[in-house]
Design a protein around this ligand. Structure first.
Ligand code: PLP
Length: 372
C-alpha cells in the first residue's frame, strides 16, 4: 500500500500553471514576473511548482519564510528567491549561506544584515519594504527616506529592489489602492532627487495585476492568479486563467437512511423522506472544512449533491436522493465533471472564507498527483 492509493487526492495540472504564467506575463508586458509560491505554493507543492516555474523561465521566485527558501534550494532551485516576510536575527546567516534575498523592513534589520554580510565577507541582496497603508511590516512611506539613506551607508549589501504591498487591491473601490501606489511612487522620488538609479520597484499582487495596470511597475508578484483563481469578480474579462488544482474522492459506503433519522454528529440534518446516503473518505483533517457542513455540494456521475450533516474529521456524508452511486465512483470536491464545475471560490463561499485559506488548508494527508 502506497500513500497514493488513498481514495482522496488532489490533481495538480502543471501545464495549466504554465498557461496561467504565460497569460499573466502577456498582460504585464514589460514588467518582470516574481511568482509567489509561499505556503507550499498555496497547497500545490513547493518544489514541484518552483521547479516548473524555473524551467519555464521565471526570473525569480518569492516565498514568505526563510525555511521555504531553504527547502527550494535543497530541491535544486537556483534562481533568485526573495523571502517576503520578516526574519529574526538568528535566521540571517541562512540567507547568506543559501543566497536568499532579504526583505529589509526596518533600519535596524538592514544594519544587522549589512553587519552579518560584512562578517562573512559576502554581499547581501536586499529589497527595502515600504509600508504605504497595510500597517504590517515595513517603514512608513513618510519615513522611507530614513531607510533609503541608511541603505546608502551600507557597504556589504546590494539594494536590488524597493517594494510595498496593497491592503485592498481586491476591493471594487480602488481609491485606497491608488492612494497606496501614489505614496509608494512619492517615496521613490528619493532616488531621482539624489541622482541615484532607482532600484527595482514592485507592489502588484494578483488583484492589482488584474485591476490596476499602472501598478505593474518593474516587477509583479502573482500568487492566487497563477493557480488559476481570480481574486476579484471582474478578473475574467482582463485575463484568462484556469484552475491548476482539482480535488477528488471516491464513494466508500452506501446506505439507505429512513425518513426522520438524523445524519452525523449532533444530528444536524434529518431526511424528510427515505433517501440514499453515501460516505466519502475526506474530512476536516484533510482540509475539507467543517464549515462546509450542510452547505457544500459535490458532483457524482455528473450530478450535484449536497453534503449533509456535519463534516467529520475523516468522513463526509452526501445525500444522493434517488440517484445511484456505487463504491469506487468518483466524487468531485473541486473540479469539473461533464459540464459542471465546483471551484475553490465555491468552497470559500460555502465556508465563509477566502480561496487562499481553502487552498492552504488542504493538509499533507491528501496526496498530490502532479501532471506534467
Ligand atoms: C502573498 C503575497 C503576494 C501574492 O498575493 P496574491 O494575492 O496571492 O497574488 C504578493 N506580495 C506579498 C508581499 C505577499 O505576501
Amino acid at each position: 500500500m502506497t500513500e497514493s492509493s488513498r481514495p482522496t487526492w488532489c490533481d495538480i495540472d502543471l501545464a495549466a500553471l504554465e498557461r496561467n504564467y504565460r497569460a499573466i506575463e502577456h498582460v504585464v508586458g514589460e514588467s518582470k514576473m516574481m511568482p509567489v509560491i509561499k505556503a507550499d505554493a498555496y497547497g500545490h507543492g513547493l518544489i514541484q511548482i518552483g521547479s516548473r516555474l524555473q524551467d519555464i523561465g521565471a526570473p525569480r521566485l518569492a516565498v514568505a519564510y526563510v525555511e521555504e527558501g531553504l527547502a527550494l534550494r535543497a530541491g535544486g532551485i537556483t534562481i533568485p528567491i526573495q523571502v517576503l516576510g520578516g526574519a529574526v536575527t538568528r535566521q540571517i546567516p541562512s540567507f547568506l549561506e543559501h543566497d536568499l534575498t532579504f526583505t529589509a523592513p526596518s533600519v535596524d534589520k538592514l544594519l544587522q544584515i549589512d553587519q552579518a554580510a560584512k562578517d562573512t565577507k559576502t554581499t547581501a541582496k536586499v529589497h527595502l519594504k515600504i509600508d504605504t497603508g497595510m500597517e504590517r511590516i515595513g517603514v512608513h512611506h513618510y519615513n522611507a527616506d530614513t531607510l533609503f539613506e541608511a541603505s546608502l551607508k551600507c557597504t556589504s549589501l546590494q539594494v536590488e529592489g524597493v517594494f510595498s504591498h496593497f491592503a485592498s487591491a481586491d476591493d471594487p473601490d480602488l481609491s485606497s489602492a491608488r492612494q497606496q501606489l501614489e505614496r509608494f511612487l512619492q517615496a521613490l522620488e528619493f532616488y531621482p532627487r539624489h541622482s541615484l538609479p532607482t532600484p527595482t520597484r514592485h507592489i502588484a499582487n494578483s488583484a492589482a495585476i488584474v485591476s490596476l495596470p499602472e501598478a505593474h511597475l518593474d516587477l509583479v508578484r502573482p500568487g492566487l492568479l497563477l493557480y488559476g483563481i481570480e481574486p476579484t469578480e471582474e478578473t475574467s474579462q482582463t485575463i484568462s486563467v484556469e484552475p491548476v488544482l482539482s480535488w477528488r474522492s471516491e464513494v466508500i459506503y452506501f446506505k439507505v437512511v429512513r425518513e426522520g433519522s438524523p445524519v452525523g454528529y449532533g444530528g444536524t440534518w434529518t431526511p424528510d423522506r427515505s433517501t440514499r446516503i453515501v460516505t466519502i473518505p475526506v474530512g476536516y483533517a484533510d482540509g475539507y472544512r467543517r464549515g462546509l457542513s450542510n452547505r457544500a455540494q459535490v458532483i457524482i456521475n455528473g450530478n450535484r449533491h449536497n453534503v449533509v450533516g456535519r463534516v467529520c474529521m475523516d468522513q463526509t456524508m452526501i445525500d444522493i436522493g434517488a440517484t445511484s452511486a456505487y463504491n469506487g465512483d468518483q466524487v468531485v470536491l473541486v473540479g469539473s465533471d461533464g459540464n459542471d464545475t465546483i471551484t475553490i471560490g465555491d468552497l470559500a463561499q460555502w465556508s465563509d472564507t477566502v480561496p487562499y485559506e481553502v487552498l492552504t488548508s488542504i493538509t499533507m494527508r491528501v496526496p498530490r498527483r502532479w501532471h506534467p
